[in-house]
Design a protein around this ligand. Structure first.
Ligand code: C2E
Ligand code: MG
Ligand code: MG
Ligand code: MG
Length: 283
């Protein structure tokens, strides 16, 4: 009845804010329950050298296997986890799973997997905690993973209001032997002089600049500039979201041969990955 009385009236009985607040609370409770029930897992997407077809490493991507909703993509729950602070236990789970997985690969003796680097996405909220570096150190010691095989992906925007403490944290991570990557490069507003001070070894060119290559002239210019700049600064570039042979050739011509995208492989469960590496990149 309230519904048929019109939109405004309906709103009066169930104000939008309440719905939103309730949906948030539901999501938070579901994440909490998911953590308890161990519903989160990592999938891994290969990063390849398109020229010699070698495997450069794997990006760990979080997946939530929800009992009713099925596979929930990270875009749908990471923001809620960040808003609520649940990203701390969740991100912690990710670090443990990634380190354990790499250690298991090392122990497996598989020639590709045993020396494969893993890239792990880290939320700025996790990363800005003072205890982050010490905590990660503990996980590395407990799992026995080789820190040289670990890269943390941080987004450009998470470094926006970087203070000396954050910068010091980055350097301490480097001292542990961990590598740092700048994710979604080009979508933030970092200046070149600012990039120069960061102990970053890898830049991930955001998919939005790769998507419309080679036709979009602006994206082509951005890709070209980013690749040239990275080379000058001694950093490696991985192009994200490479889906077509045309994109691949265009990037190769610019001197970028490290790529990640559906053209090569989708993110996979560790089981599927173990199969995939048996015959990874055949033309
Ligand atoms: P990202 O770190 O930029 O990860 C790359 C995303 O692009 C992944 O989406 C991947 O599946 C997708 N992708 C890769 N190649 C292609 C392609 O060729 N075409 C298209 N259309 N997409 C491609 P996914 O797994 O849905 O993750 C989305 C975002 O969620 C990630 O973006 C990252 O920001 C965040 N995320 C994922 N896992 C974690 C995590 O463990 N912790 C945190 N804090 N964030 C995570
Ligand atoms: Mg990433
Ligand atoms: Mg990215
Ligand atoms: Mg992204």
């Amino acid at each position: 009845r309230a519904k048929s009385a019109g939109r405004d009236n309906y709103k009066h009985f169930a104000p939008e804010m309440n719905d939103e607040a309730r949906a948030r609370l539901d999501m938070e409770n579901a994440i909490r329950r998911g953590l308890e029930q161990d519903e989160f897992m990592l999938h891994f997407q290969p990063q390849v050298n398109s020229r010699d077809k070698s495997i450069v490493g794997f990006e760990a991507l979080l997946r939530w296997h929800h009992p009713e909703l099925g596979m929930v993509p990270p875009g749908e729950f990471i923001p809620a986890a960040e808003r609520s602070g649940l990203i701390l236990p969740l991100g912690d789970r990710v670090l443990w799973m990634a380190c354990r997985q790499q250690k298991a690969w090392s122990d497996s003796g598989n020639p590709v997997l045993s020396r494969a680097g893993i890239c792990v996405n880290v939320s700025p909220i996790q990363f800005r905690r003072l205890s982050f570096v010490d905590h990660l150190k503990k996980i590395i010691q407990a799992t026995g993973v080789d820190p040289a095989l670990l890269t943390l992906e941080i987004t450009e925007s998470s470094l926006m209001d970087m203070d000396s403490q954050v910068l010091e944290g980055l350097h301490r991570l480097r001292e542990l032997g961990i590598k740092l990557a700048l994710d979604d490069f080009g979508t933030g507003y970092s200046s070149l002089s600012y990039l120069k001070q960061l102990p970053i070894t890898l830049i991930k060119l955001d998919r939005s600049f790769v998507m419309d290559l080679p036709d979009d002239e602006e994206d082509a210019a951005i890709a070209e500039t980013a690749i040239a700049m990275a080379a000058k600064l001694g950093m490696t570039v991985i192009a994200e979201g490479v889906e077509t042979g045309e994109q691949r050739r265009f990037l190769e011509n610019l001197g970028c041969c490290f790529m990640q995208g559906f053209l090569f492989a989708r993110p996979m469960s560790p089981d599927d990955l173990a199969d995939w590496v048996k015959s990874p990149l055949e033309d």
